[in-house]
Structure formats: structure tokens, C-alpha cells
Design a protein around this ligand. Structure first.
Ligand SMILES: *Cc1c(COP(=O)(O)O)cnc(C)c1O
Length: 134
């Protein structure tokens, strides 16, 4: 996609993206922030979201280590990043062998994600073979 990852230093105590340094890394070419909730510790999402919103950036949370984790009483995956990605790989806290899950509150992203999970098919198997169903 031509994207260039720019790494941001982490907090010593959690290993999470350090929001105090994040803003220094943002340029006019920055499109999104990908905080990793490392080892189950939730990132400081309030600070990260505030910085992202100020610069018009998307936030895609890497929650591969964060099932289950909570931030200020809310489960990771429900706290307001644009998209949150979980991994169900064999080494994760919940494994299905492979695969993962993405969550969003954005209806347009959800629609696109549903189509992508079915390899571009926009109707699930129940609705695919009958013209009456939506
Ligand atoms: C495992 C892991 C991933 C990748 O998950 P996949 O399901 O293999 O795509 C991403 N980020 C972190 C922090 C991980 O531990």
C-alpha cells in the first residue's frame, strides 16, 4: 500500500506506545496510529485518541494481547478506536488455531469488513441463494 511505518517509543513500565512522544512523530503524511495493548496492558487511549483527533488520524488498535483487557471499565474493542483487531492464533489467550476478529462502531467500516471476511461476497450463505431475502 506504500505506507511507511514510523515507530514510537514505548512506556518503560507497560511497553505500550508512549502518548507523550506520539505527537513528535506525527507529520503531514501521517494517516493512522496503531497502538498495541502490550501483554494485556491497555494503552492510554484517552490521550492517544485526543492526539489522533487533533491531527485527523485513524486509530486501529492492535488488541492481539488484549482479550480480555479493560480500559477505564470498558472492554478493549469497545473504547473508540476506529477499528480494533484481535488475534486468535495458537499462542494467544483465546485460540481458534488461526484467524481473528475486528470490532468497530463505524457502520461503513463494518459493512466493508463483512464483505472482506467473505472474500468479496456481499451476502452470507443464507441470503445468497434466495432473491426474497435482503
Ligand atoms: C500475534 C500478534 C499479532 C498478529 O496476529 P495474527 O493473528 O498472526 O495476524 C499482531 N500483534 C500482536 C501484538 C501479536 O501478538
Amino acid at each position: 500500500m506504500g505506507a511507511k511505518p514510523v515507530f514510537c517509543d514505548v512506556e518503560e513500565d507497560t511497553g505500550n506506545l508512549n502518548p507523550e512522544i506520539l505527537e513528535e512523530k506525527i507529520t503531514s503524511r501521517t494517516k493512522l496510529v496503531v497502538p498495541v495493548h502490550y501483554a494485556g496492558h491497555p494503552c492510554d487511549m484517552e490521550k492517544i485518541k485526543k492526539i489522533a483527533d487533533k491531527h485527523g488520524l485513524f486509530v486501529i488498535e492492535d488488541a492481539a494481547h488484549a482479550l480480555p483487557s479493560w480500559y477505564k471499565g470498558k472492554k478493549i474493542g469497545t473504547i473508540g478506536g476506529d477499528i480494533t483487531c484481535f488475534s486468535f492464533y495458537a499462542t494467544k489467550t483465546l485460540s481458534t488455531g488461526e484467524g481473528g476478529m475486528a470490532t468497530t462502531n463505524n457502520a461503513n467500516y463494518a459493512k466493508s469488513m463483512k464483505i472482506n471476511r467473505l472474500h468479496g461476497i456481499n451476502k452470507d450463505v443464507w441470503n445468497r441463494y434466495c432473491c426474497d431475502r435482503v
